[in-house]
Design a protein. Structure first.
Length: 116
């Protein structure tokens, strides 16, 4: 993947406390069982996760990381918006479903099949 984002610059701002976690991200994460301390766990993903897709035209990237909840490792994806590098924002978060292979790659669609 060619990266257009300087993730280390963004992470430096996150470490300084400059991260917004949208209400949508918190709600979706909690629906998928990412709680308690949801915002703290999502920040961990932003700080230590791997960028698996970059959407430079939207100033966003998809980050993967496993968090530990009650001794279980849970794969988590977040979409991080970096239009304002000094004020990054997590706009959504979720536990990846079966469209992802090993939680890092989007599964290829079979010909003739459309997503619903």
């Amino acid at each position: 993947i060619v990266m257009f984002v300087d993730i280390e610059q963004i992470r430096a701002h996150i470490r300084q406390g400059n991260l917004t976690v949208s209400p949508h991200a918190l709600i979706e994460a909690k629906k998928d069982g990412i709680s308690p301390k949801t915002a703290q766990l999502l920040e961990e993903v932003a700080l230590y996760g791997e960028i698996i897709e970059d959407y430079p035209e939207r100033h966003r990237c998809l980050i993967y990381h496993e968090v530990v909840i009650e001794r279980f490792k849970i794969p988590v994806h977040i979409v991080l918006e970096y239009e304002f590098v000094d004020e990054p924002a997590i706009v959504t978060a979720y536990v990846p479903d079966n469209q992802w292979i090993v939680s890092r790659k989007r599964a290829k669609r079979k010909k003739g099949k459309r997503r619903k």
